[in-house]
Design a protein around this ligand. Sequence first.
Ligand code: FAD
Length: 541
Amino acid sequence: MKGRRVPIRGIVPLVLCASAAARMPLAGKMAFANQAMFSSCCSRKGRATSRASCSSSSVLYCSSSSAAAADENLDAAVKAAVGALPSRPRVAVVGGGFAGLAAAYHLAAFGSDVTVFDPHEAGTGSGASTVAAGLLHPLTPRGKLIWKGEEGFEAAKHLIQTVNDKLVHDAAVAAGDDAAPANGPRGCLTTDSVYRPLMDEKQVDLFTKAAEDLPQWVESLTREEIMEAVPGSTPECLGGVRIRGALAVDAPTYLKGLWSACRALVNAADVDRNANGDTSGGDNGASSSPSRKEGATWVRQSVEDVHALAASGEFNAVVACVGAGVRALAGVKDIVSLRLVRGQTLLYDNVGAARAAEPGGEGAAEKGGGSSSSSSSSSGSGGSDRLLQSAVLCGQYVVPTTVDETGGGNGGKILLGSTQEPFMPGQKVDRPPDMAKALRQLRPKVARFFPALEGVTPIGCTAGVRVMQERSSYGRIPVAGRLPFSKRGWVIAALGARGLIHHAYLGKLVAACALLDSDDHLPPQVVAPLEDLGKDATGDL
Ligand SMILES: Cc1cc2nc3c(=O)[nH]c(=O)nc-3n(C[C@H](O)[C@H](O)[C@H](O)COP(=O)(O)OP(=O)(O)OC[C@H]3O[C@@H](n4cnc5c(N)ncnc54)[C@H](O)[C@@H]3O)c2cc1C
């Protein structure tokens, strides 16, 4: 069957660069420009830059100026409130995943000292964030916008950019360079090319509409174009789309970088304190003593009761972001009815998979068979001999991860995920992965849209647990706000299967609310489940 182009109509005038990008040759669209990928048509504060300054891989999202003004007002209000305090506020964050570290970062940015409690090593955590594929875009599988998708995307993109810049800078400094060399380390970004093949008429209909309604996010491609963009994908598709502006991060690298960026924010305060003899934070802020609450500190401890921590009087506020730990944490468990869904991911060696996909398999390639994906190279060092350069979604996903060894994440692998296994009562959150089960469930599904991995042996398997609310008219949305029956306790929970899209948005808002002692700035939809429970709150903590 001939590939079809999903028509694009009615490009909104606000998106200055959409038509220019649509006219670009495919190779240009695929180009991975690490620094340039974030250069948006609009600056962070929504001011339009000149059309000529939009790079080829620009993110085509423009935040509205009213949202930017509200953002600035909130920043000013929180900073004024913090500035009026006799000393820097101290806030505890329980849990060091995407949500906890985003909250910690914004607390630090607002001028607070932060203590993160998590039993695992500083900047690593142990929850769903560590095994996430790291995909960020604002669309549902049906091509609609996720609730607060554009705000969430903008906030996440900004935070990821900050972290990426810091990682690149730190690596350059460690290597003795003043600036990051052109072919240097990439930080936490793994790809800015995210594609979705359309496998049947229903998907074509949904994404034809998406391309009409959301041209700033959805670019239609013919079957030939998507096969050229993603070598190894299936000729069985009817066409495809590229999700504009979408990107993926290497999750472990991002978590480390986020903690490092958080620490950098409070370094100036730390320098003052260290000059006074307080050096208990160590190199990465790790501390075995919960008594140090200045600067940015990571305490390797599990918290058993959020209310007890809030009532201890040691912190101005406590923010609980414990992911699936929500089932066991007193003060947070039972807040709302949450569903747990386990997800397993298979790991492949990206270079080894390219060899294995050669005619005759890996052995033949090693004897000089070359690379099946050499024509697809777009990402500089380490890219040309990899099977997969771009992320591909189609119910399941295949995502390439970091290739440079400085990243510290899953270097040079392909993530194939993920299973969706309902959680049975009594099951342990941290039970080990079951690769045989993951293979049984994932292989037939991925064979449909990315057959190049068929027959390739995975090198590992990871497992994590997503936490989500029941579906509402807004979809599955997170819970965030003040804990019922608590004055100082706050929570961010139920980030679901797409935690990155809301982590920075809610992390910032909850940080602001905790410091302002008011949840007025949170969207009512995320607060509502907590308000229902807290009608009889005594406010005694
Ligand atoms: C297989 C898989 C793939 C995914 N892929 C994506 C993706 O591509 N894009 C995307 O946006 N989302 C993805 N997600 C969803 C995303 O991972 C989650 O929404 C997100 O990680 C949730 O973040 P969190 O900070 O709320 O929780 P977590 O990441 O689970 O972090 C919770 C932290 O709290 C700590 N903790 C728990 N209890 C306690 C306690 N009592 N005291 C102290 N610390 C505690 C844990 O050690 C952990 O570090 C994926 C999820 C899975 C399972």
